[in-house]
Design a protein around this ligand. Structure first.
Ligand SMILES: [Zn+2]
Length: 273
């Protein structure tokens, strides 16, 4: 969790708390009191954590910070319980969306990957993913466990009849071994041979992922790997280019296996805005 800024020097006044209603207010450019929405409170909290950790210059007093954190936790916001790395990620994502990145793309993707591996709420928390300066939008890919398992079906379909034939031959030579023993003998062989057939013969190191098009948010599968050496390439497919399955969108998508992201160019209207 982001610790309160033990903050000598932090001036009160950045945040106004209405004692009666418990509402939080900020001050706009003209000096008017403006009620903060939950999103604005989250941003204020993240900015306060960032100011403490990175700038070493607190922007909220201890009391303001604690009151803000308590209110966010009470409102059910994930942000109030985030740890240092999650806060860094959230701040970076906000800055990235504003076109003022605070870290390189590699660093950002690296933190995103680590957090994703820990099932952190920070990576699924709603953050804008379009970047104005590079004109790209990106979304996360996740492994589609069900479809990856389904890739075994053709391999098992090929291997099982072969094993049954072998059993029949064994039984002709050695006498009947019974269905249970037959199964116990054959199961590890079916599993091992199916694995090899699936991963190295039918498909080459396949991975089925799913993600949303960063432009139209249509969920779709992205398939990494080759089918029966279709492209004559036995190496791991690192990047693939495909088209959004939503025909109304049909934008070009670029997916990266190691970074587990899918990217598109920013929509023209969005880019112009
Ligand atoms: Zn699309």
């Amino acid at each position: 969790m982001c610790e309160p800024p033990a903050a000598p020097g932090a001036e009160e006044g950045n945040l106004i708390i209405d004692e009666a209603s418990g509402d939080f207010f900020g001050v706009d450019a003209e000096g008017n009191k403006v009620k903060l929405t939950l999103e604005a409170q989250e941003k204020k909290y993240l900015d306060a954590c960032n100011a403490y950790y990175n700038d070493k210059k607190p922007i909220l007093s201890n009391d303001e910070f604690n009151a803000l954190r308590e209110d966010l936790a009470f409102s059910g916001s994930d942000v109030a319980t985030m740890n240092r790395m999650e806060v860094m990620f959230m701040v970076a994502a906000n800055r990235y969306a504003e076109g003022k990145p605070v870290m390189s793309d590699e660093e950002f993707d690296n933190i995103r990957r680590k957090l994703k591996a820990r099932n952190s709420l920070a990576v699924v928390h709603k953050v804008p993913t379009c970047r104005i300066d590079t004109n790209t939008c990106k979304a996360d890919l996740t492994v589609d466990g069900f479809k990856n398992a389904a890739l075994y079906i053709p391999a098992v379909g090929i291997v099982t009849p072969i094993c049954i034939m072998i059993t029949v031959i064994q039984e002709l030579i050695n006498g009947p071994m019974g269905p249970i023993i037959g199964l116990l003998v054959n199961l590890p062989i079916i599993a091992a041979v199916s694995y090899v057939v699936k991963n190295y013969i039918i498909f080459q190191e396949p991975l089925v992922t799913s993600g949303s098009c960063p432009l139209c948010y249509t969920n779709q599968n992205v398939y990494f790997g080759d089918i029966v050496f279709a492209k004559g390439d036995s190496g791991k497919t690192e990047e693939i280019t495909t088209q959004c399955i939503n025909t109304a969108c049909a934008c070009q998508l670029k997916a990266s296996r190691s970074r587990m992201v899918i990217e598109s160019a920013m929509a023209k209207e969005t880019a112009a805005a």
